[in-house]
Design a protein around this ligand. Structure first.
Ligand code: MG
Length: 382
């Protein structure tokens, strides 16, 4: 159960914080997704201020959540109403979580669930590490408090459902739906032992505008582009001719390379490496060897197409590393020109393109001078 009924006005702005966008995704949607991703969670319900219904519907569209529950004037009143709304089909256990903590992760959720095996209530907390003092109205500090054993509590807090419902009912009967700081406080006041489990520093609550600004940079792993590696290999046979084309550079030689395009074995390997990094299949699937339009085509066409495909997929190419394998021709004099050509094709700085050449010391088909082989690796963020 996500508590999203607060006014959320401390952040400022017209939209309550739980419905504000964080890198394009509403806070409450991020929070709901963190729970929906776990198979242990059978249902996610959100307690809202009915005045926010349109914002809520917009934020969670497509998630398939059951209808929201109307909250009350205070946090504890909202939690109580949320628990009452589940009474018709009572679950065994309920997690109560602040919607404004979107960075909750699966490990933390599982820790509080696991703690329920040992008792009816659990709450995550972080041991306080900063010095604690009380400050009087004139801004003068009193002697520091002993922080030993003190913890800052977080959510999700996990409860055996009947125990949580009974405690909230008792609290409501005794004092009305007052603004208890959290549900652990309500349960503790009802005499229930609430077990502490380790919280997570990343599970912070978005409270003020600065929290939003800080949160926009490092987000959940779903927002962080991950590095992906692609590899490519190709080989072409020598045939008649007076030059080979490698990395788009014409290199005089006693033979040419045979192939349906310009037989630039390096660029074919490179194209496959780009496609590999973005899960794009291979060059042969996109450019059929039998297709006459590719006869004698410059292979930079294939590389540039793969680069554009990467862009279209939202990937950012990071670097390319190629190894050319042949006994002859000698490639060292052309390395600089090949590096520049590949950097231009991939729109990368020169420092992110590396080209190496090796012989196989006379062994194998390249060693016997039958052709040229090339290996390529490309890294992309996607
Ligand atoms: Mg080829």
């Amino acid at each position: 159960m996500l508590l999203a009924a607060g006014r959320g006005t401390r952040v400022g702005g017209a939209t309550p914080k739980q419905y504000r966008s964080l890198n394009g995704v509403a806070v409450v949607r991020r929070t709901a997704l963190a729970f929906l991703d776990l198979p242990e969670i059978t249902s996610v319900r959100v307690v809202i201020d009915p005045a926010h219904r349109a914002l809520y519907d917009d934020a969670v569209r497509g998630l398939g959540l059951a209808a929201p529950i109307d909250g009350g004037a205070t946090r504890s009143a909202s939690a109580w109403r949320g628990l009452e709304a589940l009474a018709d089909a009572p679950p065994d256990a309920v997690l109560i979580h602040d919607a404004a903590r979107p960075f909750v992760d699966a490990a933390l959720i599982r820790r509080v669930l696991e703690a329920l095996r040992h008792g009816p209530a659990a709450a995550p907390g972080l041991a306080l590490t900063d010095a604690l003092v009380r400050c009087d109205d004139s801004g003068v500090l009193a002697p520091p408090l002993d922080r030993k054993g003190l913890h800052a509590l977080q959510t999700p807090q996990a409860f055996a459902y009947p125990v949580a419902l009974a405690a909230h009912r008792a609290a409501a009967d005794r004092e009305g739906p007052d603004n208890w700081p959290d549900d652990a406080a309500v349960l503790t006041a009802a005499g229930v032992a609430v077990r502490l489990v380790p919280g997570a520093a990343a599970n912070r609550k978005l409270t003020i505008e600065a929290d939003f600004a800080a949160a926009r940079t490092p987000l959940t792993t779903a927002d962080i582009a991950l590095p992906r590696c692609g590899s490519g290999f190709d080989a072409h046979r020598f045939g008649p001719g007076d030059a080979v084309t490698l990395c788009g550079v014409r290199i005089p030689h006693s033979h040419g390379l045979i192939g349906h395009s310009d037989a630039d074995v390096a660029l074919h390997a490179l194209t496959n490496a780009v496609l590999g990094a973005i899960g794009g299949g291979d060059i042969g699937a996109h450019f059929q060897a039998s297709d006459p339009q590719w006869r004698d085509a410059p292979s930079r066409t294939f590389v540039e197409w793969s680069r554009d495909s990467a862009r279209a997929a939202g990937a950012r190419l990071i670097n390319a590393d190629l190894t050319l394998v042949c006994q002859r021709p000698a490639l060292a004099p052309y390395r600089r020109a090949m590096t520049a050509a590949v950097a231009t094709m991939l729109a990368l700085p020169l420092s992110r393109v590396n080209i190496k050449a090796t012989t196989t010391e006379g062994m194998g088909f390249t060693g016997r001078g039958e052709g040229v082989a090339a290996l390529a690796s490309v890294m992309a963020l996607l």
